[in-house]
Design a protein around this ligand. Structure first.
Ligand SMILES: *Cc1c(COP(=O)(O)O)cnc(C)c1O
Length: 435
């Protein structure tokens, strides 16, 4: 069995994370619960940050907080010297609530509202990544009215298709995000921005997809974007100072995934950017990256309690847990695969094939299809691994199932980071009929 980060098996055969017994965590905080291995988050963050330092390249590593947004994780990101990306007013609010340094907040999105842009300007965040012509006009108007300067990047689609699931690929020309690099739209956006009095164009951004396992895709994207920077320098004497290559670094969900170390992605990126910059005689821009999944994904483990069993003779053995697609939509949405284990029985032989179903009213609500586990009893704690990214952040109240508790563990310490949602919490926004 593959254990992640600080996961170990105790002498009693229990799964421990961060030096804390998960069976105890399940007792104290209830299930389902997301357990975050904060030491592993730090290790991943440092893997990115220190590689840039070692290579002496100016950089910003921005945590793409849509992967998991909560006050406590912004605090950890700040402790590690990261920047953060937000994609909505809600994420911006949460980052500000955590006291995150405003100048290190970057704002993304293909349809930022006037209210969201105004909020970002009020907060004086570090950078807005402009996605489309509508946003250019909106931001020009807002900054002119307010006589306020704002650093911006142009988001481009470099036409590099990363090898990943179609639904989560954003780098092709036919994308809802950004300006196409080859059909003239990126140039048009550039011309609308580079002389603006208030919008201060720093460079370009691209994000070519997610769960990417090879470095060539990033190198190719870097080459295309740097080539465009060189063109703008030649034609307009514009010096780009920032090249943001996005996120998308792959992680290990199952034995089929073979991710690279953060350092390898970064090293290859730096090489590609240096090579192109030298070839075209432009200054090496600052390189910004935006890992989301690769910072929090394998740091997260979900604990469930097993309830009902169902045998379909000669076909399948189901066990059902006390959560499901309301806390992990990815299997239903992307056919995402997960591994798991019985947290209170880690050393037993894996004798039986199960399908792990959730408790939500959808046939597709399955967390894992075909997993070998020991003989499972009602009341056992099932751990599913690698649920830290796009799990809690995509959670819903479908069936009015409350969202799980989130617990941080590190060095033998544990603390609640997000409370479990109660029935009362869920009904809080409801208003009684008045007629
Ligand atoms: C989602 C997203 C990321 C993070 O992607 P991961 O696959 O989680 O690393 C980074 N940048 C942008 C613009 C994104 O939309």
């Amino acid at each position: 069995m593959h254990l992640y980060g600080t996961q170990t098996v105790t002498s009693e055969g229990h799964l421990a994370i961060g030096g804390v017994d998960t069976v105890e965590l399940a007792k104290e905080y209830g299930t389902p619960a997301f357990i975050y291995d904060i030491a592993l988050f730090r290790e991943r963050a440092r893997g990115f940050v220190e590689t840039f330092k070692k290579e002496n390249v100016k950089a910003q590593v921005a945590y793409a907080s849509k992967a998991f947004s909560a006050v406590a994780i912004y605090q950890v990101a700040q402790q590690e010297g990261l920047s953060v990306d937000v994609v909505s007013g809600g994420e911006l609010f949460t980052a500000l609530k955590a006291g995150f340094p405003t100048e290190k907040i970057h704002f993304h999105g293909n349809n930022k509202s006037v209210e969201e842009l105004t909020y970002a300007l009020d907060a004086k965040i570090g950078c807005i990544v402009i996605d489309n012509f509508y946003e250019i006009e909106l931001l020009k108007q807002l900054t002119r009215e307010r006589q306020q300067k704002m650093a911006v990047l142009i988001r481009v689609t470099p036409g590099v298709e990363a090898h990943t699931h179609d639904f989560i690929t954003t780098g092709q020309a036919d994308s809802k995000f950004g300006f196409d690099l080859s059909n003239g739209q990126a140039d048009e956006a550039f011309k609308a921005l580079y002389k603006d009095e208030y919008l201060q164009l720093k460079g370009m951004h691209c994000h070519i997809g997610s769960q990417i396992f090879e470095t060539e895709a990033f190198s190719l994207a870097a080459k295309k974007v740097v080539d465009k920077m060189a063109e703008w320098k030649q034609q307009y004497a514009f010096e780009a100072t920032v090249l943001n290559l996005g996120g998308g670094f792959g992680i290990r969900y199952t034995a089929e995934d073979a991710p690279l170390e953060p350092a390898v992605y970064v090293d290859d990126m730096i090489k590609a950017v240096k090579k192109e910059a030298e070839a075209f005689g432009i200054e090496l821009p600052e390189i910004w990256i935006e890992p989301g999944r690769s910072l929090v994904g394998d740091a997260g483990t979900t604990l469930y309690t097993v309830g009902s069993h169902k045998t379909v003779p000669d076909v399948r053995e189901y066990i059902a847990v006390d959560g499901g697609m309301s806390d992990n939509i990815r299997p239903a949405l992307y056919e995402a695969k997960y591994e798991g284990a019985i947290a209170n029985n880690m050393n037993a032989a894996l004798t039986t094939n199960y399908t792990v179903a959730g408790k939500l009213c959808e046939s597709g609500d399955k967390i894992i299809e075909d997993i070998k586990l020991p003989e499972v009893q009602t009341g056992d704690i099932l751990a599913t691994f690698c649920t830290g990214a796009y799990g809690y952040s995509m959670a819903s109240n479908y069936n009015r199932v409350g969202r799980p508790a989130v617990v941080f563990v590190e060095n033998g310490n544990h603390q609640l980071a997000v409370k479990r949602e109660s029935y009362e919490d869920m009904a809080q926004l409801d208003i009684e009929l008045k007629w």
